[in-house]
Design a protein around this ligand. Structure first.
Ligand SMILES: NC(=O)C1=CN([C@@H]2O[C@H](COP(=O)(O)OP(=O)(O)OC[C@H]3O[C@@H](n4cnc5c(N)ncnc54)[C@H](O)[C@@H]3O)[C@@H](O)[C@H]2O)[C@@H](O)CC1
Ligand SMILES: [K+]
Length: 513
């Protein structure tokens, strides 16, 4: 599903209205009707119910005015609070103000903070609050009466339905511009806005409903926005397994990891690769820990590599490269530890490995990102924000506050598919990026990332392109966590739990494909 910035949305409005000739009031009417439909769906018949609609002076307010009129015509009571005076409202919003007055709607002008106490009673008597103060046209931090009204709405404690976007939220960054409405439901027009699906915006938006208000599809196709929300419908198709096949048809994954410091990580990745459907998985670890891990997963082929003081180094690199043609894909990094031998190992592997690679964790901590440019085959990197911070020389907070741009920049510069983990994983591929809507805080647990690495490698082994495998893998990983959380709650989910749910998630996904 397309994911739009405010500028892209404005371009769509402009083409729809000025070039195609759809009157703005027609779009506004559709917008209002779509919010009405959602209100009826969520709260039942509106007849006899009380609503409080807060309307700003721009087109977002215009949507709110049209909606108020529709509510009144359906037999609801609707108090309309304008954040300004009627004289200030023009254009399509002005037209709707006129129509609302024509049907006898109650309209109060709220121009200063002191007036809010006079409307408090009416607002508290209302069952639902409609937030149509600010939409995608917000400029700078929220000022004046709009700010006071947003502050007030957030204290009332009634369900809030936001029109297009929670007022005060930045459509592009998902950050409140000083303040933003905390909504229960947001009905957004045409396409979801980037800021509504990434955090913190997603939290402000509540349940997001995307309403078709009649924009011809060719407009967005021509604009071709870079952002995509990875919805089920758009995921790479997972085929049924053909009857006449054997394990050799599903890829041989080589997982390389482990050190004297970390033993379990490569085992978790190996398990996850198997759970994603890989035909064969070989787990290569330094010989000093081989005995500890090799028996843990019976289905995995153990491979003991030469170690240097408990880490993989140059000897291990030669061993891997001489047998590399046995495998289809490499997942490298989990548990490698830090140090000179590992640096040499990673450097040599990236330069010489002819297979697609998924690089994670210490596989990333031991390289400079420029090394990726020298890779012979496609690379997927799966940093968490801390790893990304080191790779790009930033602070973790700075990575998290600009997740999309940083991920895209990484892919552009280092020619690798970049998967930035965290709440709402971002995946950048060439000139597009995807936001993964699955996953939950229960998945913030040790080894969760190792599962993702294994799943992506498992999918590459099964024939998905590295970028498709990254998108599908991240989605399935999150879905497995969501299904687990639904069943047992978010507390105490472990990485092996997530891995064990990968097949369930794949099956669930296939049902809808
Ligand atoms: N004709 C169109 O272009 C359509 C627009 N639509 C609606 O229109 C919205 C966009 O409308 P607009 O571009 O008029 O903009 P908005 O209505 O989002 O905001 C503009 C108003 O907010 C005020 N404002 C802006 N920044 C502020 C700040 N920081 N603090 C306080 N006040 C501020 C401005 O003075 C102006 O009154 C969309 O979100 C959508 O709801 C829909 O009706 C569909 C059609
Ligand atoms: K709004």
């Amino acid at each position: 599903m397309y994911l739009l910035t405010a500028e892209e949305m404005r371009a769509i409005d402009r083409v729809a209205i000025e070039e195609i000739g759809i009157p703005g009031v027609v779009l506004m009417e559709h917008a209002a009707l779509s919010v009405l439909a959602e209100i009826e769906k969520s709260f039942g018949d509106v007849k006899g119910k009380r609503f409080a609609a807060f309307c700003g002076r721009g087109n977002n307010g215009g949507d709110g005015l049209a909606l108020s009129r529709l509510l009144i015509q359906k037999g609801a009571e609707c108090y309309v609070f304008l954040s300004g005076t009627m004289e200030e409202i023009g254009g399509d919003a002005g037209t709707n103000l006129g129509v609302l007055r024509g049907v006898g709607g109650y309209i109060a002008e709220v121009t200063q903070k002191e007036s809010i106490k006079f409307i408090e009673k009416q607002v508290k008597e209302s069952e639902v609050i409609i937030d149509a103060i600010l939409g995608t046209g917000i400029k700078g931090d929220v000022r004046g009466i709009n700010r006071d009204l947003i502050e007030f709405i957030n204290t009332v404690g009634k369900p809030v339905v936001s029109v297009d976007i929670p007022s005060g939220l930045d459509s592009d960054t998902g950050r409140p511009m000083g303040i933003a409405v905390k909504s229960d439901i947001t009905v957004t027009f045409g396409y979801p806005k980037v800021g509504e699906v990434i955090y913190p915006g997603a939290e402000y938006a509540g349940r997001l409903v995307v309403a078709d208000i009649g924009y011809p599809a060719r407009i967005v196709e021509e604009i071709n926005p870079a952002g995509r929300l990875a919805t089920r419908e758009e995921l790479p198709f997972i085929r049924d397994r053909e009857r006449d096949t054997h394990k050799g048809n599903y890829g041989h994954v080589l997982v390389i990891g482990g050190s004297k410091d970390f033993v379990g990580a490569p085992a978790i990745s190996s398990l996850a690769a198997l759970k994603s459907g890989a035909g064969l998985v070989t787990m290569a670890v330094p010989s000093c820990v081989a005995g500890m891990v090799s028996g843990r997963i019976l289905e995995v082929i153990p491979l003991s590599l030469g170690d240097e003081d408990g880490y993989l180094g140059k000897v291990a690199l030669d061993e891997v490269l001489t047998m590399i043609d046995r495998f289809d894909v490499v997942a490298v990094g989990p548990g490698l530890g830090m140090g000179e031998p590992v640096k040499a190992f990673m450097d040599g592997l990236i330069k010489n490995c002819p297979l697609p690679m998924v690089i994670d964790a210490d596989g990333l901590n031991n390289i400079e990102p420029t090394a990726l440019i020298k890779s012979k085959a496609p690379v997927v990197v799966t940093p968490h924000p801390g790893e990304m911070a080191r790779l790009t020389g930033r602070k973790t907070e700075d990575v998290n506050s600009d997740r999309i741009n940083i991920t895209r920049e990484f892919t552009r510069r280092y020619k690798a598919t970049c998967v930035l983990k965290g709440a709402r994983t971002v995946i950048a591929v060439e000139n597009r990026y995807y936001i993964i809507p699955t996953g939950n805080p229960g998945m913030a647990t040790a080894g969760s990332g190792d599962v993702l690495t294994g799943v992506i490698a498992g999918f590459i082994g099964q024939g998905f392109s590295p970028t498709d495998a990254a998108i599908l893998g991240a989605y399935v990983h999150g879905l497995a966590g969501d299904m687990l959380a639904k069943k047992r709650g978010e507390y105490g989910i472990t990485a092996t739990d997530i891995a064990s749910y990968i097949p369930v998630a794949i099956n669930e996904l296939k049902k809808r494909m």
